[in-house]
Ligand binder design. Sequence first.
Ligand code: F6P
Length: 317
Amino acid sequence: MTSGGDAPGMNACIRSVVRSAAGHKLLIDGIIRGYEGMINGDFQQMNTRTVANIIHRGGTILKTARSEVFKTPEGRQQAYEQLVAADVDAVVAIGGNGTFTGAHIFSQEYNIPFIGIPGTIDNDLYGTDYTIGFDTAVNTAIEAVDKIRDTADSHDRLFFIEVMGRDSGYIALNTGIGVGAGNILLPETHTDIDELVNALKIGVKRKKLFNLIIVAEGNKSGGAMKIAEEVDKRFNHYESKVAIIGHLQRGGAPTGLDRVLASRLGFSAVEALLSGKKNVMVGIVNNEVAYTPLEEAISKEKKLNPYLLKMAEVLAI
Ligand code: F6P
């Protein structure tokens, strides 16, 4: 099952789960539209052929949804009854925080083992260095900003570019480093508009002709629109512009890194189930497969690397 926001690489992961399970002669059903499909008994038999030719495709062939009904005890009971009726022994759920929160609650009420696979562009899950889709999203954002850079450079403009990530700054930090941004405004750090204006003024003195500022959508002082307004009020040297990359970041073919990560995690999820593990998220930590209880994956904070934060500041000079 895929659930929550789609992420590039989910298909590669579905393929890996199905083929790994088929290798052990297990029967596999795909659940359509996440928890919604579980509640409605929308299951489709899958085999090695139904997952052919999808490794390179963005989105998810199983479709996805954010289910409100699964948040209710009645919804979960209906889901349980559908799983029992379909003779389902275990569920592999590819998704993010919301998906695993649902799985954790369900696992306390019913005895059907869940294995979570981190699939979200936000990279905000504790227990894995990377989530499926993050690398692709960062590459897409970098490609978009590179194009904006051309016009920023030609017109000597100041650009505020907003990237996704919900409450997490992973996409913003990595995109910012990857494009050589002048500033990166994150949910995890405090944004001081006066300090930002000062930095821009110093840049002008140093003959910096254009500036790219990456703003995480979850930045506590506001998104790109709001920050641009505040800066314009205090400093009007530049003709400032705003670009919000939005859902572009969620689509497209997964990168090589995401395909390999998705394949590894899918394979490991099946191995985990066969070895008796349950209600854990499978992740990669320091290039090794690691299992984290779902409860920890959803409750522990995954902190940004302070070394990267410092480096981004130094390189922006
Ligand atoms: O969790 C992935 C994500 O793309 C976030 O970065 C973003 O905040 C959110 O989903 C957008 O959700 P939706 O597509 O439901 O508007």
